[in-house]
Design a protein around this ligand. Sequence first.
Ligand code: FES
Length: 62
Amino acid sequence: MTALSMIVNGVKVSAETEDRTLLVYFLREQIRLTGTHIGCDTGQCGACVAHVNGRAVAEAMA
Ligand code: FES
């Protein structure tokens, strides 16, 4: 498990999660922000894109 702390949409969030959890699952399942989706799972559709420090990141490509 890993302890995470981040600011999401201006709100500080802290939680423990499995080490290999993708940000999209953390956002959707642990803090219930469902605007980010899993689509193609190959980095082609953009459904999983989140902005991290002002940069768009497609997590399926990580
Ligand atoms: S799920 Fe399609 S780019 Fe991430």
